[in-house]
Design a protein around this ligand. Sequence first.
Ligand code: KIV
Length: 256
Amino acid sequence: MIPSELINFKNSKKIIALTAWDSITGSLAEVAGADIVLVGDSLGMVALGYKTTLPVTLKNMVDHTNAVCRGFSYNLDAQPLLICDLPFLSYQCGEDKAVENAGKIIKDTPAKGVKLEGAEPETLDVISRLIRMGIPVMGHVGLTPQNFLNQGLKQQGDNYLTQEKIKQDAKSLEKLGCFAIVLEHVPNLLAKDISENLKIPTIGIGAGKYCDGQIRVTADLLGLTDKQPPFCEPLIDGKNIFKDKLKKWIEDERLN
Ligand code: KIV
């Protein structure tokens, strides 16, 4: 599948996306049936031990994207659509630099597109250039964690003006040719309104059930993270389950 084919799912099949950061999580996401695997810059927290996504580098993204793909099956047709986040400062320092950095992801990894956050005028110029240069782009509006020093991590779109801005941003991203848009931590009815008024799919996280698809950070779903976001109920208490199993194994081994 190439990114533009995702539009065929709109109104016909709920799109499911999971994040992955290494070959094990890449393999898990594929065998579980995800349509999209995002190597998100959340790997800064879930794989590299940072407190935020800000320190993540382009090299981190390239290395982890290649690792994720090495976990996929050999059947190219069965593989999920692999998308890679552009990390902080890889697309904020001018269009040429952004093309060079996004191009590196497309040249040096099997990712078929990049995701980047926001829709400020400079970001829209960058997105337009990337798409014209042949690099598919997934947009991301609402809560944009790379901007957390301004926004915090709270829900976005809590009043008429900010809701109108998010709607306008989503429209602008569609107009430029983004193949899909992540809506993060916005009110459900705002996400519904945006989803109904776009031709491209919306992929929600903390944005309610009316989006065309859902994405979650796999470590949050599996209960592996220390700080669980309010919009992701873990499926299992992974951290404690694995800890208890390992503890038991260590205790048994000491007795042997
Ligand atoms: O980095 C990430 O994992 C993301 C998802 C939360 C959408 O951007």
